[in-house]
Design a protein around this ligand. Sequence first.
Ligand SMILES: *[C@@H]1O[C@H](CO)[C@@H](O)[C@H](O)[C@H]1NC(C)=O
Ligand SMILES: *[C@@H]1O[C@H](CO)[C@@H](O)[C@H](O)[C@H]1NC(C)=O
Ligand SMILES: *[C@@H]1O[C@H](CO)[C@@H](O)[C@H](O)[C@H]1NC(C)=O
Ligand SMILES: *[C@@H]1O[C@H](CO)[C@@H](O)[C@H](O)[C@H]1NC(C)=O
Ligand SMILES: *[C@@H]1O[C@H](CO)[C@@H](O)[C@H](O)[C@H]1NC(C)=O
Length: 418
Amino acid sequence: MNFSYNKLFLKVTNCYMSSIVFKCSLLIFVVLAFRTLWLNPLPNGFYWPPSYRPSRSLTPTIRIDKFLEVPQIIWGLNNQKIAFARACLTARLLNRTLLMPMLTANLVYKEVNLSEPIPFDEVFQFEKFNSVCRGFARLGRYSELLNQTRTFELLKGSGRKWTKERDLNQLKQCQEDPADKFEVIRIVGKNPFLWHDHWPVSDYAKIFQCLALVEEIEEEATKVISKIRGGKQAPYIAVHMRIEKDWMIHCKKVEQRYNMSQICSSKEEIMERVAHIGSVQKPVPVYLAIADSLLEDNTILRGWGEGLVPYEKKRLGVWDLYKKYSYIIQAAMDFEVCSRADVFVGNSYSTFSSLVVLQRTQRWINMGGVGSHCDVDTPFVSYAYNILGESAAPRRWMTDMSAMNLSSISYGTDNISC
Ligand SMILES: *[C@@H]1O[C@H](CO)[C@@H](O)[C@H](O)[C@H]1NC(C)=O
Ligand SMILES: *[C@@H]1O[C@H](CO)[C@@H](O)[C@H](O)[C@H]1NC(C)=O
Ligand SMILES: *[C@@H]1O[C@H](CO)[C@@H](O)[C@H](O)[C@H]1NC(C)=O
Ligand SMILES: *[C@@H]1O[C@H](CO)[C@@H](O)[C@H](O)[C@H]1NC(C)=O
Ligand SMILES: *[C@@H]1O[C@H](CO)[C@@H](O)[C@H](O)[C@H]1NC(C)=O
């Protein structure tokens, strides 16, 4: 983001030197910038990305006296993010404030009764969410409720007969009385990740943009990044390597089910393809975002191509820093390290990788990128190592922001838009 603004500034100052016309342009630019800032006061250090700069007169509001409550959000960090976004978009459909939900600190899949709830605002900034998402979605606290006895319980149906259409009809009925009269609509039953999806990728992207890590975690992630860069402004590659046993068993099953061969990549295949990425100057640090179980596997640091200098948390000396935190915080830090990398390489069947690429595609759009994010040297390039691209390198990868639903991101795809 800074990149485009600095460039613009340079252009403006150069022109200023050479021409009176540009003197006027500069003046207008400054006036406009001032006006924008004045109309939209910003929280510390934050500016509106162009596509989401709100316009006061056009921005609809979300009701602040009607609420939606959802069940605790569970599973992996990125399933939780998707579930959270789905809950927000449901609340938006009902023109209600979403009561700040509980996320889950530890990684549990089956024994939900062993999950450790963690309030949303211990991971992401509450105020910032509301200021960035203003007019689009709103989070509220339980203390804002007037009368807790007035709750409408909404049971989502399940099973094959509970189609997407029935689900949407049920929600639409809640837009009307009697349900709409209630201060709180509480959805009971399934985790929001399992609800039907009624929203385009661009709506999810808007919600994800409003998620900023709480400052303490953000600072920790920045420390990790600065260690990877070796204290300099040097570029780095981040590789989200899914090669642990559980994943391999899972992905082999998926490959069999769909009769495909492009989902599982071995360690060797990943190393081979990353070595063929042409756009980076070597030597370059390569951060390996890997499961904790692989931190004991010393072979993971061997066999990388010339000029690729691999690091995981242990070699980087940040394992102790990570270990202080719960699973979800550790995953959020890794997500940050991957999404801010100069080059990201992931697996197109991983939700984590897919959301990293979505965030990077969005950043590129915010910087003014239009058309295809696949061409030449663009900032925030991403690759899918599980799909072979040109010259033995992995295939370039961007998110299709015009997709009508999130299924390719939440369940994986080999259609990576490049
Ligand atoms: C929500 O309700 C408020 C008040 O009734 C209305 O002004 C606003 O336009 C509605 N917002 C949306 C997104 O429908
Ligand atoms: C969690 O639930 C499972 C069955 O669903 C049960 O066997 C187990 O004892 C429960 N654990 C705790 C700590 O309640
Ligand atoms: C809360 O709602 C209930 C049911 O509608 C009503 O009987 C009660 O008086 C309300 N309490 C307050 C404090 O408004
Ligand atoms: C699986 O795919 C291969 C090559 O694409 C094809 O030859 C084979 O017949 C397919 N098998 C099944 C069961 O569809
Ligand atoms: C998701 O959208 C695609 C088109 O973008 C469509 O083919 C697919 O059926 C949709 N999936 C669901 C579950 O709605």
